[in-house]
Design a protein around this ligand. Structure first.
Ligand SMILES: [Zn+2]
Length: 225
């Protein structure tokens, strides 16, 4: 726990760095001075040390601030609930396979928070045997082995991300999550708020988003020259 506390303290005292600059769109864009998300904190961790080392978790500095602030709020709102984030993008943006977007520092994949058979919040097991988590398949009720998706925690996370984005003069442009799961998400305490304030992709995405939810943040970018 001391190590985790140190990690979150470190995120609170990040040196003031130049703001990142984004260009173009999430589907065709690039990033300057992208920053890495912190690898871990009190209540969150990255999906893969390999992915972090390879540089696949960079974002726009404003997105980094939004994501970290939301985790701080979640630690108070949902103590004991742990979160795992996935791939974001390269420090300089551009195509990051196999993703179709994630090109200008504004896209973040978040793995679903899950509870085990005893109801304890545990990190989703992401590793080389399941393509770093991306090949996990949940059933129609949101179950995988003895794990079940914590829809209320996802809803609270999206609420905190939206509020954190607002505090940073930004927003959430689009959230992609498996459409059949949306009724379960919207039936949680934050459901009504999400229904009114969050733009969920209506149709099917190019891959099923059952093990993660994808968020595109709204930050003003320059045109792609
Ligand atoms: Zn994504």
């Amino acid at each position: 726990m001391l190590a985790a506390a140190g990690a979150i303290a470190a995120t609170a005292t990040l040196p003031a760095s130049a703001a990142s600059r984004c260009f173009g769109t999430v589907a065709k864009g690039r990033l300057e001075d992208g920053v890495a998300l912190p690898a871990a904190g009190t209540n969150f961790s990255a999906y893969s040390r390999l992915g972090v080392t390879a540089g696949r978790t960079h974002v726009h500095s404003t997105v980094r601030d939004i994501v970290v602030d939301a985790y701080v709020q979640l630690a108070a709102a949902l103590p004991g609930t742990v979160f795992v984030y996935g791939e974001t993008g390269w420090a300089g943006g551009g195509r990051i396979r196999p993703h179709r977007s994630h090109q200008n520092g504004l896209s973040v994949d978040f793995f679903v928070p899950v509870r085990d058979a005893a109801g304890v919040s545990v990190p989703l097991p992401t590793g080389v045997t399941n393509k770093l988590g991306y090949s996990i398949e949940f059933d129609a009720a949101g179950r995988f082995d003895d794990l079940r998706i914590d829809f209320a925690a996802i809803a609270e996370h999206l609420f905190q991300l939206a509020e954190s984005a607002r505090r940073h003069a930004a927003g959430l442009a689009l959230v992609i999550f498996d459409p059949p799961y949306l009724p379960m998400l919207l039936a949680t305490p934050r459901g009504e708020w999400l229904r009114e304030h969050v733009n969920f992709m209506k149709g099917r995405a190019w891959v099923r988003h059952d093990e993660h939810y994808h968020v595109d943040f709204q930050v003003t970018c320059a045109p792609l020259a």
